[in-house]
Design a protein around this ligand. Structure first.
Ligand code: NDP
Length: 312
């Protein structure tokens, strides 16, 4: 039996996804009709492939839809949509994970090795001050999900002294794991390098506010590839201005693209990257979509299903 799949993600993505999706569905043994234009009968659609910059806002006509399959890892733009009654699955794939591990590891090493200071000192000065070993550098990762866990593991493999924080208690080899409010204070007070890999939910909104920034040791640095709304922008700028936070690398922002007038652009202690930490890759994402459709059709629970109650 054939399933109807509506590609309702950003239409600009269709040329990149059409062939990988067809290949992945064929490999998974799923017979499917892939629609890239709005279906004449929405009720007949079995699965919707979605991205927040796509074409659907009202999911109510899709009465036969068995799941909405998001191409993005973050779901904050859809999870509270009142018309969404279908199961929602988010993207977890090796393309996203490997991209994030490379981004986080690269920026942690930049800070750990003091690369900026070395570049600034190319003026004939012979000042031998080697960095500490990674084992003596404390890195904290807030969020131990698919991405946070992979980054924490990669950093621990490089010998960094890694602490992780999550909502529910986790047990991860080589990582000191904390949970809950007390755990957060413990995590922040020791973090020389702080990495934010939390989703944006009501509980994580402005999590890094003035009070929490003050709990970081003086001179700590912040790397945020999670979501812009995790940080209170004004509080971060104040902490950077006072030198309490030495530097921040920010990949995600409350408004994207980051407006030209936003103080982050010109701040000497901020590195802006344009939401490029990790990108969903069509070839690997198409396989995840096909696997999930196969699971739906064979009565298995969906992978990476979002809990609307938690918002991620
Ligand atoms: P997951 O859903 O797998 O993991 C989320 C983690 O955050 C879990 O460990 C969860 O805890 C923890 N968490 C959630 N709420 C709280 C809370 N209130 N207090 C403490 N911990 C909490 O997400 P991913 O790892 O896949 O992705 C994380 C985020 O990264 C995405 O939501 C997205 O915003 C961002 N992202 C950014 C990209 C970029 O290019 N910049 C690309 C892809 C994703 P628990 O383990 O207990 O459930």
């Amino acid at each position: 039996m054939s399933v109807d799949i509506y590609f309702a993600a950003n239409p600009d993505l269709w040329p990149d996804y059409a062939t990988p999706l067809r290949d992945a569905l064929r490999e998974a043994g799923v017979e499917a009709e892939l629609l890239e234009t709005p279906p004449r009968d929405p009720a007949a659609v079995d699965y919707i492939i979605y991205s927040p910059d796509g074409v659907i806002e009202d999911f109510s006509p899709y009465t036969g839809c068995k799941a909405v399959l998001n191409l993005w890892a973050g779901v904050e733009k859809i999870v509270n949509n009142p018309t969404l009654t279908q199961p929602l699955c988010r993207m977890v794939d090796y393309g996203l994970t490997e991209g994030m591990v490379e981004y986080v590891t690269g920026h942690v090493l930049r800070y750990h090795l003091g690369l900026d200071a070395l570049l600034a000192a190319q003026n004939g000065t012979w000042n031998q001050e080697p960095p500490p070993l990674a084992r003596d550098r404390k890195v904290a990762v807030l969020g131990l999900g698919a991405l946070g866990r992979a980054c924490a593991d990669a950093l621990a493999r490089l010998n960094f002294n890694v602490t992780g924080w999550s909502r529910t208690p986790r047990d991860q080899s080589q990582i000191t794991c904390h949970a809950g409010e007390c755990g957060l204070v413990q995590t922040l007070t020791e973090a020389e390098i702080l990495v934010l890999l939390l989703p944006h939910t009501p509980l994580t909104e402005s999590l890094l506010n003035a009070e929490r920034l003050a709990q970081l040791p003086r001179g700590a640095v912040v790397i945020n590839p999670g979501r812009g709304a995790l940080i209170d922008d004004e509080a971060l700028i104040a902490a950077l201005d006072s030198g309490h936070v030495a530097h921040a690398t920010l990949d995600v922002f409350r408004t994207e693209p980051l407006p030209a007038a936003h103080p982050f652009w010109a701040h000497p202690r901020v590195t802006v990257t344009p939401h490029i930490a990790a990108e969903t890759r069509p070839a690997s994402a198409a396989r995840v979509i096909a696997q999930n459709i196969l699971r739906g059709e064979t009565g298995l629970p969906f992978l990476h299903q979002v809990d609307p109650g938690q918002g991620y």
